[in-house]
Unconditional design. Sequence first.
Length: 359
Amino acid sequence: MLAAAPLGRTHRGGVPRLRLAEALERTAAILAIPSDYKVMMTPASDTGAMEAAMWSMLGRRGVDVLACDEFGGRWLIDARDELKPEGLNIHHAPYGQSPDYSRVDFANDVVFTWNATASGVRLANGDWIDDNREGLTICDATSAVFAMALPWEKLDVTTFSWQKCIGGEAQHGMAILSPRARRRLRGYRPAWPVPRILQLFEAGEDTAAIYDGGAINTPSLLCTEDYLDGLKWAAREGGVPALINRTKANFQTLAAWVHKTDWIDFLAENPAIRSETSVTLKFSEAALAGKSEAERWAVSRRMGVLLDREGAALDVIPHPQAPAGLRIWCGPTVDVDDVAALGPWLNWAYHTALENPTG
């Protein structure tokens, strides 16, 4: 599938540039973004895309930052400790819960995460976003794009990376910019110095080369070819509606196992905000009674070793900042039959870890 990748060539012209342009065009088409929105590529995965948006655009007005996990917390730290814009409002919620969206001031720019990957919490919808907002909405939508319905008209900057819902290698990030976001880039420069790798200013012009296969820095043509393969697969599957249905089927299958299993539960207690891609689970109140969090984490890690050793599940340990338990990926690249087959393996790993914690 990757044999046609134009490796070892400059990305600035010829076939490599056509490949990069194709990646942008296919992204826009599959996601069905509005015709006046633009898609661009950034270095450094979703982190690079989000930080580029924040460093290049914030500071013109106050900022509201919402966070409920480690990754949203990174954008909070960027705003609070690095950029320090005037009029900063922080809305923070613990793992498994959502911030209070009703407190957001839409006279400000608003920075938030659609799907909190580390806590298994997502936005149920975008109804809370003011259609008549004065500021920009800057949304980290990795682990949501291609798997959840996004209200593009509510989002001015939307970022994601290739390795989440489309299953490609990480390497690069993507930013989808509304006309309002591009106007900000044309007419504003922040007071703080912006490193070249985080500069989006040229993206303010609708005819910028960055929307036609250009790049901020040298992209990986191998990763680009892999992303193109994922986009073509998504199209064959039926586009975003079909990928959302795949995700929902995976989540519902895993949820059915959770509901009948007494030792595990969802970290997000409110069903309306449970992520259907990065499903984050905790040990139930009845399970591991009397054990410390360190002891619970020992069971999590032991389960991970056992499942990995048997080839039954990979990378199911939660983020280190989350409570002990499991994190199961149910995004669209997963087959529902594999999710169904996983339940018995998880039961085996849990009981084996309790009976033989070190063997």
